[in-house]
Write a protein that binds this ligand. Structure first.
Ligand code: GRG
Length: 295
């Protein structure tokens, strides 16, 4: 059995390799957009979403050549969201993954286009024959990714996040915002493994429950790191929420209760994995990693 450190390092290496293949270097006049797409997707990152896709698909013995493509597609959507989130019209950040943000390295128009192109390429990859031999599986992946990333998922969550600059949210409202903004794509990463594996209803519900709790634990930890982490550790600016006057889990619950809540959720997440027995161990380790991480 592989150690968790080895498994996440493998997910990082494989995701990089697949992204390099799917986003080629070109020499035509539109090369700059490809360059920006490669710059942002290959800038590092923990690759938690690709890890989840691959680990969940492994539960059902899905071929790695399929799960790795889906993992790369989800990482493209995640990177597009980071590029657009960093733009002057949104968070206006200069640093991401320890490097200049896409619009700083290139320019605003190129960053917008690189985000757009990553989002559309992700759907092209999911719909491609190589992703799964059964068209209904590919269609389900496309449908669920559209739901997770659109106005009822990540984009809707981002809209709520902008709205929160003018409105004081309470805990249920912040929970809804975060479920949409970051939880939806994390949940889809797990569900994608179940879709590829043609999992039965019982196992789909189990993975969905796991993803739901891990997603919220991830976000609470993100809020904690925003307060206690450094820009050097996180590779991005910190204390942005407080500066923007936004309510977060930490501002509403306090550091200690927020930390307790993240630990409770990580523990609760692992309880959903009972149906998978020992095969679920790597996902149990991921739940721990999510709340213990320093970046
Ligand atoms: C602009 C459509 C649009 C959406 C933006 C996800 C998102 C919505 C914005 C990201 C901003 C942010 C800092 C969100 C908090 C949680 C989060 C998604 C952090 C970044 O994810 P990690 O920690 O990053 O997995 P790496 O770099 O490791 O991939």
């Amino acid at each position: 059995m592989k150690s968790f450190d080895q498994a996440i390092a493998d997910a990082q290496r494989v995701t990089d390799a697949v992204l390099r293949r799917l986003i080629p270097e070109v020499e035509t006049p539109e090369a700059r957009v490809f360059e920006a797409m490669r710059y942002s997707t290959l800038a590092g990152g923990k690759r938690i979403r690709p890890f989840l896709v691959i680990a969940c698909a492994d539960l059902f013995d899905v071929s790695r050549s399929c799960s790795e493509r889906v993992a790369a597609a989800i990482e493209m959507v995640h990177t597009y969201s980071l590029i657009h989130d960093d733009l002057p019209a949104m968070d206006n950040d200069d640093l991401r993954r320890g490097m200049p943000t896409c619009h700083k390295q290139f320019d605003e128009a190129t960053a917008i286009l690189a985000g757009d192109a990553l989002l559309t390429l992700a759907f092209e990859v999911l719909a491609g024959d190589e992703t799964h031999r059964q068209p209904e599986v590919r269609t389900e992946l496309v449908l669920e990714m559209a739901r997770a990333s659109g106005a009822r998922g990540m984009v809707g969550g981002q809209m709520l996040d902008l709205w929160a600059e003018e409105h004081k949210l309470d805990i249920p409202e912040i929970t809804r915002l975060q479920r949409m903004k970051t939880g939806a794509l994390i949940t889809f990463s797990c569900n994608a493994g179940a879709i590829l594996g043609r999992a039965d209803e019982h196992r789909r519900i189990a993975l969905n429950g796991y993803a739901h709790d891990v997603g919220l634990a991830f976000q609470i930890t993100d809020d904690l790191l925003d307060v206690s982490g450094t820009a050097a550790e996180l590779g991005k600016a910190t204390q942005k929420d407080e500066a923007a006057g936004k309510a977060t889990f930490v501002s509403l619950l306090g550091l200690e209760r927020a930390r307790d809540q993240a630990l409770i959720l990580a523990d609760q997440a692992t309880k959903h994995l009972e149906v998978f027995g020992e095969k679920g161990n790597i996902l149990r380790d991921l739940a721990k990693f999510v709340v213990e991480r320093r970046s």
